[in-house]
Design a protein around this ligand. Sequence first.
Ligand code: SF4
Ligand code: SF4
Length: 342
Amino acid sequence: MPSQPTATDVKAYATDLGAHLVGIASAATLNAFPPDPRVPQTPERISPHAKSVIVIAQRIPVGAFRCKRNDPVQYIDMLVMRRMDKIAYRLSDWLEGQGHPTFVTAAQETDWNYKRASYGRLSTRHLGIEAGLGTFGLEVNILSPEFGPRLYLTGILTELELEPDAIMTEQVCIGESCSRCLHACPSDAVRHFGIDKRACAVEAQEYGFSTMLKFWDRFLKAERAEKAAMFTSREVLGTWQGFLRVVGSFGDCPRCLAVCPVGNDYHAHLADIQKVIPEKTPDKQAMAKEFKAARKLGDEVPGLDDWNVRWVGPEGYQGIVARQLQAFKKLQAERTEEGTES
Ligand code: SF4
Ligand code: SF4
């Protein structure tokens, strides 16, 4: 007779294993609300038996966002994902040990049959939101109140029925009046609660799959002398580093993550050095203004339509970041006072 761990048991075990955030989404809800109904990224397309998806998140250490270069974020991303996968595997093994078939999917996989861009069989951002861990940012990353967008997520699919968490209805993202992610984006990829994935990939996957395909296409067509030169090109080094350590091939651009003012990690360690955004231009400011006006007027915005607003937060922004900052400052003041007294 299998034992029946509850949602509380599962979360406690995941936290003991080192998960920074844990939530639970019902597979039925995920099946009913695919991110894009034309290409459903749903549990039932993977397993008709899955009842619940346990979603765990690992934060990206904030120190990497204080550097002058991008490669520390790229390297630490790989370590974060490895750790996350280990936690997910141990959790699934624990549940199977109690009689409940459970498995983990590759968190950052891409299925080219979906949209010929970076779309996996499940969207981890949507999993996290359905598991109550956050809501969409303007750049459609998931923003958790704890760490903003500086995290990775994965899903553990189980045949055990677990009490799901409630989806957040309050928008965590400050929204159009902030637009810091839009201002910082080097490839103008941020849309109004949307993203131009191809434009983003130019920066975020400099030596990703598409770059590698283009390189080999050129290589096959090149003359012998040119081929020899191509072997020592930057693309080969970039691809090699990508294979070896993910560096350069994935999550390459940290700018929208670094400047997002959501999360106590931002208040504590990023607010000072990320305050000024060097990439900000008058054109980007004008675009943010247009977004703000469109939202105010209730214009039709694809990212905010009746289907997508579920993940943006239907109640709109109610001041969660301001409340968080106040509480953070209060705590800091109390700590300083305690330090003075001791
Ligand atoms: S990852 Fe970089 S390129 Fe992509 S949306 Fe964010 S800031 Fe723009
Ligand atoms: S930077 Fe501002 S607008 Fe962009 S996701 Fe973060 S809170 Fe939202």
